[in-house]
Ligand binder design. Structure first.
Ligand code: 5AD
Length: 352
C-alpha cells in the first residue's frame, strides 16, 4: 500500500500524525490520494452525522472594520467600499425571515467594528435569544478582550467563529499588519473555548506565502486547539488589495484539507464555504463529498450583500441565498445528502 495512504489510515485510527508525517501527507497530494482521503473522510463522518447537512443563516451585519488584513476586501484602508451597518431592527428582521424559513442557527458576522460596543452586542444577543430561545447564536466579530467574550456568553451566545488564518508566525506577518498578532489570535481562541463556546478556527487554502510548513503548523494547531468547528476555503484575490494579482487557492487542495480535517477530527462541524462555491460551480457538492457537513447561506438584506465583498465574485444569490435554500436542498439531495433544520450542535454538546 502507498505510503501516504498508510499515513492517512493512521490518521484515521489515531487522529494524530507527527510533524514529519504531516509533511509527507501534505506533500503527497495527488489526484488518487485526494480521492482516497475523500473516501476515508466520508466513512469517518458517517457514525456522527450520517448524510445530514446542517444549515446556518449568515447575517453580515456590518462591513466596517478597524483592521487592515492584506487579503481582505473590506479592510479599513479600502475607501471604495460602501460601508453599512444593520440596526437591531434590521438584524431581528433577518432572524424573523430566517426562522420562518426554518433556520435554527444565526451567524452574526461582521468586521471588527467598534460602533458595536459590548452593550450593543449583548443587546443583539439577548434580543435574538429571548425571541428565539430554540435557536443557536454564533458570533464572528473578531478579537475581543476576555471580559467581552464572557459578557456575550452570559448573554446567551453559543458559538464563536474566529479563523486563526495561519498558525505560522512568518506567514501571519505576511498577511497582517504589525498591530495584529498570531499570539493574541490564538489566545482568543483558547479563551473562547475555556468560556464554554463551541469554537471555530480555520484558514485560507492557497493564501499568498503559504508553504507546506505553514500548512503542517495549521494542522498541528488545530489538533491542539481541538475546535468544534473548522472553516476553510480557498484564498481568492480581491481587486482592491495588495494581493490583487495573486493566484487563488486550488479546489483540489481545499478538498484535500477538508478531508484531512474530517479524518483528524471526525466529529467536527465543517462547512463547505462560500469561497469554495465561488471558485467552482459544484463547490458545495464537492465539499460535502470531501467530508464537510455544514452550509451557511446568506440571510443578510439583499441590498447590502454586494458590499460584503471579502474577495472578488463572492456569491450571494441563488443557492447562496437563504431565501433560495430549496435550490441548495435539491442539489444536496441529488448527491445523497439531507439538509436538517435544527440547531446542529457539535455531537459533544448533545445533552441526552
Ligand atoms: N479570500 C478568501 N477568504 C477570505 N477571507 C477574507 N478575505 C478572503 C479572501 N480574499 C476569509 C478569512 C476570514 C473570513 C471571514 O473570510 O479567512 O476569516
Amino acid at each position: 500500500m502507498n505510503k501516504v495512504k498508510n499515513l492517512i489510515n493512521q490518521l484515521n485510527k489515531k487522529h494524530f500524525l507527527s510533524i514529519d508525517e504531516w509533511y509527507q501527507v501534505i506533500q503527497g497530494q495527488n489526484e488518487e490520494i485526494i480521492k482516497y482521503a475523500g473516501e476515508i473522510a466520508r466513512k469517518a463522518r458517517e457514525p456522527y452525522y450520517g448524510n445530514k447537512v446542517f444549515i446556518r443563516g449568515l447575517i453580515e451585519f456590518t462591513n466596517y472594520c478597524k483592521n487592515n488584513c492584506y487579503y481582505c476586501g473590506i479592510q479599513r484602508k479600502n475607501k471604495k467600499v460602501h460601508r453599512y451597518r444593520l440596526t437591531i431592527k434590521e438584524i431581528m428582521d433577518c432572524c424573523k425571515e430566517g426562522y420562518q424559513l426554518g433556520f435554527r442557527t444565526f451567524v452574526l458576522q461582521g468586521g471588527e467594528d467598534p460602533y458595536y460596543s459590548d452593550d450593543k452586542v449583548v443587546k443583539i444577543i439577548t434580543s435574538i435569544k429571548s425571541k428565539y430561545p430554540d435557536c443557536a447564536v454564533t458570533l464572528s466579530i473578531g478579537e475581543k478582550p476576555r471580559e467581552s467574550y464572557l459578557r456575550y456568553k452570559e448573554a446567551g451566545a453559543d458559538r464563536y467563529l474566529l479563523r486563526h488564518e495561519t498558525a505560522n508566525e512568518n506567514h501571519y506577518r505576511k498577511l497582517h499588519p504589525v498591530e495584529l498578532s498570531l499570539s493574541n489570535r490564538k489566545e482568543c481562541l483558547y479563551t473562547l473555548k475555556e468560556l464554554g463556546y463551541q469554537v471555530g478556527a480555520g484558514f485560507m487554502v492557497g493564501s499568498p506565502y503559504q508553504t507546506i510548513e505553514s500548512l503542517v503548523e495549521d494542522m498541528i494547531f488545530l489538533k491542539d486547539l481541538n475546535p468544534h468547528m473548522v472553516g476553510i476555503g480557498p484564498f481568492i484575490p480581491h481587486h482592491d488589495t495588495v494581493f490583487a494579482k495573486e493566484a487563488a487557492g486550488s479546489m483540489d487542495q481545499t478538498l484535500y484539507f477538508l478531508s484531512l480535517i474530517r479524518i483528524m477530527m471526525p466529529e467536527v462541524l465543517l462547512p463547505a464555504t462560500t469561497a469554495l462555491a465561488t471558485i467552482d460551480s459544484l463547490g458545495r457538492e464537492k465539499g460535502m463529498q470531501a467530508g464537510a457537513n455544514v452550509v451557511m447561506p446568506n440571510l443578510s438584506p439583499d441590498m447590502f450583500r454586494k458590499d460584503y465583498l471579502l474577495y472578488d465574485n463572492k456569491l450571494a444569490t441563488g443557492e447562496e441565498s437563504a431565501q433560495s435554500y430549496q435550490i441548495l436542498e435539491k442539489r444536496m439531495k441529488k448527491i445523497g445528502y439531507e439538509i436538517v433544520f435544527d440547531r446542529g450542535d457539535h455531537v459533544s454538546m448533545k445533552k441526552d
